[in-house]
Design a protein around this ligand. Structure first.
Ligand code: MLT
Ligand code: ZN
Length: 482
């Protein structure tokens, strides 16, 4: 059992939170708080006066009311899987971290409405499994789904592997509930496909990264469970060939595409070298790879024929040099492991700088070519390891430190690297953060990318809803901006 350390919470606040949340809901010992103070990439380490673990929306509302009365900032945290330090408090030690993990119930799955009513702290994986157990599907899939929680997934408008067919988290949220900075529960739990009654507040909260309210519940849109699924890993020459292959599948049957993912040879070789049990099921390594998944609500072999015929033509046209089609569910999962372990493999390879960028599809080859050359010129020996959701125009243009280099020295150049890539992305009419959000890592880019009327409007909304700037301060807005 850990020794309680002195909590620097004001005594009255400490007492009120303890009586509201009980001892299981209030952590103040440093070793108990520690996991919540560090981000998983080890880029940020913050401090906090306490970590709160409310078990219901009512407890959240009560705790937030108390914190706001005392002027104490609240940093919401779900599975702590942010890529941009979005759930880590600053180093001042003045904030509390609010963990959503104890709000972990799925209260209803409705077959007629195709919906799931779910609390914020359920992991994405548990939500997917509950949908499958009901013979339905929650069509959102991200590499961190085993830890990422629904509240965080919605607060960051997560994208992932199935966006190409079903959209981002935003498209899957029908209803929402959140505790607002005035301590009131905003109940938008409506299961409606159509609802034009004033401002769409749920869309303001989705993607707000915890800066406007704390999401406590949601109603998610489900899909019928696919009856046939086919997956293939293909070797291709480059991103242009990958895009041509995507176009071929769109022409053949666009609605069958469930995922279309790109992996560079460099990033795939990191997975093969650094992840136990990862093996490339092709005869030799290639310059790049595509993972295609097709799905259909229909049983039968029509999907398999579609895959084989489209790949057959792609071979003849020279778009694909080698391919393997999964013959079983185990093989399909093994192909996905190669894709899903990319972030972990890059972490094991040393320090890395992530650029989660998007550009129009047609600009992807130029992005990869230009950004590769620019980064190699900036830091000789840098490992350029792009991969990602090419079907959405979203490439994780990640750079891994040169082999044997000092991680801290490499990370000290992170802004140089991010700016080098960002300049090219801007020139190609893209976005500097396609799905990871802004968090605290990328706030410095906001004035140049979103400045003027856009950032001003965001600031006005923030000031109106959270006038004391107590909800996840230091995120999205550059510090001087609010
Ligand atoms: C992924 O798609 O695996 C993540 O968003 C990755 C990353 O940038 O490392
Ligand atoms: Zn991604």
């Amino acid at each position: 059992m850990s020794m309680p350390s002195h909590s620097s919470l004001p005594a009255a606040l400490h007492e009120a939170l303890l009586s509201l949340l009980g001892p299981a809901g209030l952590l103040t010992a440093q070793e108990d708080m520690s996991p919540a103070l560090n981000d998983w990439r080890n880029l940020f380490r913050g401090q906090a006066m306490a970590v709160l673990r409310p078990a219901s929306a009512e407890e959240c509302a009560g705790a937030i009311k108390l914190c706001v009365q005392h002027g104490v900032p609240v940093v919401p945290q779900g599975g702590n899987t942010s890529m941009v330090g979005g759930a880590t408090p600053d180093e001042s030690g003045h904030a509390v971290v609010l963990l959503t993990g104890r709000m972990n119930k799925i209260s209803a799955i409705d077959h007629a409405d195709l919906t799931m009513t779910i609390e914020a702290g359920v992991t994405l994986k548990a939500a997917q499994e509950a949908a499958l157990a009901a013979d339905l599907m929650l069509p959102l899939s991200i590499s961190s789904e085993g830890s990422a929680e629904i509240g965080g997934v919605i607060a960051t408008n997560a994208g992932g592997n199935n966006t190409v067919r079903y959209g981002n988290a935003r498209e899957l949220v029908l209803g929402l509930e959140a505790v607002m900075p005035d301590g009131r529960i905003l109940n938008l739990m409506r299961r409606l496909r159509k609802d034009n009654t004033g401002y769409a507040l749920k869309h303001l909260l989705i993607g707000s990264e915890g800066t406007l309210g704390l999401i406590t519940r949601a109603i998610l849109q489900l899909q019928p469970r696919p009856r046939s699924v086919e997956a293939a890993l293909c070797a291709v020459a480059d991103a242009q060939a990958a895009l041509d292959l995507f176009a071929a599948f769109r022409r053949a049957e666009a609605t069958a595409i469930q995922a279309f993912e790109f992996m560079s040879g460099v990033s795939m070789s990191l997975v093969n070298t650094l992840i136990e049990g990862a093996t490339l099921p092709l005869s030799e390594a290639a310059p790049a790879y595509v993972l295609i998944e097709l799905a259909s609500p229909r049983e039968g072999d029509a999907l398999r024929s579609l895959l084989e015929e489209t790949l057959g033509t792609a071979f003849e046209e020279g778009l694909v040099s080698d391919a393997v089609i999964a013959e079983s569910e185990t093989q399909r999962l093994a192909l996905w492991k190669l894709r899903e372990e990319h972030a972990e493999a890059q972490k094991r390879a040393g320090a890395s700088v992530k650029n989660d960028v998007s550009v129009p599809l047609s600009a992807i080859p130029a992005l990869i070519e230009r950004a590769t050359a620019a980064c190699q010129a900036l830091i000789p020996g840098i490992r350029v390891a792009p991969f990602g959701h090419i079907g959405d125009g979203n490439i994780h243009f990640n750079l891994v430190q040169p082999e044997g280099a000092d991680p801290a020295t490499f990370l000290a150049r992170d802004h140089d690297i991010m700016n080098t890539v960002a300049d090219i992305v801007l020139d190609l009419d893209g976005s500097f953060s396609a799905e990871h959000g802004v968090g605290q890592l990328k706030t410095y880019l906001m004035p140049s990318w979103r400045g003027g009327a856009e950032l001003d409007t965001m600031r006005h909304i923030k000031e109106a809803i959270d006038p004391q700037n107590l909800f996840n301060p230091g995120k999205i807005f550059p510090s001087a901006a609010i």
